[in-house]
Structure formats: structure tokens, C-alpha cells
Ligand binder design. Sequence first.
Ligand code: LFR
Length: 480
Amino acid sequence: APVKSYAAVDLGASSGRVMVGRVGPDSLELTEAHRFPNRPVRVPEGLRWDILGLYGGVLDGLKAAGPVDSVGIDSWAVDYGLLDADGALLGNPVHYRDPRTEGIAEKVWASLPAERLYAATGLQYAPFNTLYQLAAARGSAQLDRAERLLLIPDLISYWLTGEQGTELTNASTTQLIDPRTRDWAHGVASRLDIRLGLFAPLRQPGDPAGFLRPEVLEETGLSGPVPVTAVGSHDTASAVAAVPAEGERFAYICTGTWSLAGLELERPVLTEESRAANFTNELGLDGTVRYLRNIMGLWLLEESRRSWGEPGLDVLLPAAAEVPGLRSVVDAGDPAFLAPGRMPERIGEACRASGQPEPYTVAEATRCILDSLALAHSRAVREAQLLADRGVDVVHIVGGGARNALLCQLTADACGLPVVAGPAEAAAFGNVLVQARADGLVGDRADMRRLLARTQRLTRYEPRGDVARWREAEARLAAR
Ligand code: LFR
């Protein structure tokens, strides 16, 4: 049987990559064709994505990838580019960490109460949900002139193919989708005066999304036709598709810049308790719901390393493993950590405010961050089970953090459950597997997961039985 090749374009908050997946009936291999930095740029108007730079990196990557049977694109969620009536991009896409949405949610809730918004969309409150970004942009010259809004992967796809669409899993992060109908939330949009006509028609993961344009073929040296396939274009949707789990009794944590911790469900949970606990119902493959909580993730460490002069993880992690654990913890779900800058100071301040010692050395600060992440992971896994009435026996960690043995062990300890770590490049795997499935090479979601479990090296961490200490640390935060 043939082995086929698929290019996965995976754009993350700090780097983009083009990976090549080779898929056979019983084989799955991923190699990196090209990796390039994603450096947000601060201009006088605010924090922006260098989208042309990213597109250039994608073209370089496709060239390095060589002949492939199709291409799929995923990226972080919620952000978008606006196009004018000629299809030209109106300005650089705004970064979700840009402060323009400060104070906007309260204004939105004045016309549509938060409770009703949650019941209609199932999306957790985050200041950067596309809905709030559009509310913040209301009346701007750019939005007034816009005829089309394309989410980041859909914009890259448009430039590659000339065709426009709005892929569903990422559309669900706009807060303009009803998770029950998996279609636009018309009532919400009209109430908030958001033009749904800005969005291109919805498409599903697995749908055809056009062919590389002749100019793209020329620039990349590929020979056509090369189809582009819509994948779970939200990176988290692709990553969850690549959780190598068996059955249903598992939780997942997608770790990278963010930690996304939760469950895969068949139906959304839209209760008031769920809203109060800030769980989100994003849409996944095949009618599934990604029921999860956003946790600040390794952003806390990356931002801290930036202000420490970029010490390597090979030095930081062993040092952090040596210092006493659970001395101080912060709430890693707190939006107070969203903006860039002064991260170690802000963490120190949060420790002091909750009556805990401030980390003194870099090793202590690193340990505080990892303990805090593990604690937030365990809280999300526990609360998701209660709110969704679904028990789990194992926690899967995928994404970059799966390589961080200390974080994986601490998460197992805090959860009191075994952790299975890997694959680290989950988003790219999910991207590739959805293309292979559209191509008829793999079967359903369970087959995709079985193929991963059989072919990828996974690491298991057993809990070390000190859950009570973690609950005690959690109480310090709650007492605040
Ligand atoms: C992870 C992610 C999260 C989303 C955040 C912002 O890369 O896509 O799922 O909440 O980035 O878009």
C-alpha cells in the first residue's frame, strides 16, 4: 500500500513550522521541513502579527517540504485579517495580547448579559475572543472599510489558493457560533451589531479548500495540482485530534504557550456552573466539543526567561527540580498574566498578595511557575469531570510541554492520575491525519488515535501520591 506525504503548516505564537507527515496503513512519520520565528511587532497603534513574514515562512517551508499530496494549515485562534472589496489586506492583524479589548467585555455585557452570551455560544470569557475584538474595533476606519474577515489560517489558505472559507473549529473561537447547531449564532451577532456577512462560508475539517495558485507553485518549485485541505485549523483542535488515547475516559492537556486542559465531549455543557468556572465549549472534529479551560501555560516561563536573558531550559529545569516544591504558587489561569512584560515581578507580586514567599532565585521562580501550572492543570481536570459528569483514568499531555519531564511529573502528582506524555508536535500530527483521512488513508478518529499510539514514543508518569499537599497549596490561592 502507498505511503503518502502531507504538509502541515502549524503557526504558533512564537514560531511557525512546516512539517511533512508520511502516512501509510501502519506507519506515521513526521519530519520538520522548516521552522521560522514568529515575532510580534509593537508599532504605535499596538501589538501586531507580522503576517507577511509568516506567509513568507510558509512559502519557504513548502519549498523545503518538496512534493506532497496536499497541504493543511492550522494556527492559534481568534485573530483575523480584514480585506477590502478588492480582496486586499487592510493592515496587520492585531495580536490577541494587544490591550485594545480592555474594558470592552463590560460594554458588550451591557447589551447582552454574560449569562445569555454563554448560554448561546458556550465560550469562556477571554478578553481576546473575536467577538470582543470586533466590539473594540467598532467604528474604526479599517473595520468600516472591510468586506471580508478571514481568521489567520483561512487568510494563509486564501493567499495560497485564492479561495475563501471559514473553517469551523476555529470559527467556534470567535464566540459567534452556536455549539449546538454548529452554525452561526445569528441572535448574538445581530444583538451586538456584528456583520456576519464579513465571514466567508463555513467549511468543515476534511473539506477541500482549493489548489495552490500557479504563482505559489512557481515560487515553491512544486508541480501542481496540489490541493489544500481544510483541517482542524485551530491548532488546539488539531492537537486534540492527535491525543493518542483509547476510549473515552481520558483528559487532555495541550501544552505550549497556553495550556488547554479538559475533555472531549459529544455535547456542549452550557450550565451556569460551567460559565462560572470559565470552561469553554470549542468545536472539534466529527461533532465533538472541546470542553476545556485556558491556562496561561509555558508563556509564564517563556516571558520570564526573556527578562532573565534567555537561560536555557537544560539549565533551568534541573535546577528547578532541586529546589523544594510548592513553596509558593500563583493562579496560572489569571488574565493578569496575559500581557507581555515584567513577568518575574508580576509573579512575585502575586505570591506576596496571597501571603506566600516571593521566589528569590531563578530556580525558585521556575519551580513556582511549574508548580502553579501543574496545580492549574489538576484543577481544570478535576472540575471538568464534575461539570461534564464524566470520569477519567488518565491524563494525556501533548504539545511542547510533553518534553518537559518535570512539568509532566508534577501534573501527574497534582492530578493523582497517570500522565501519558506525547506527541510534542500534536497539532502537526492532527493536521496531517485529517488530510490523510480526507484522502481515504485512515478511518475514523479512533483509527487516527490508534495509529499514533502504535507509532509514536510516549512516556508514562505515575502519580507520587502527595495529592493532599497540592490541595493545601490550592487552598492558599482560594483564601485570597
Ligand atoms: C493555543 C491557542 C488557544 C487559544 C489561544 C489564542 O495556541 O490557539 O487554543 O485560546 O491560542 O488564540
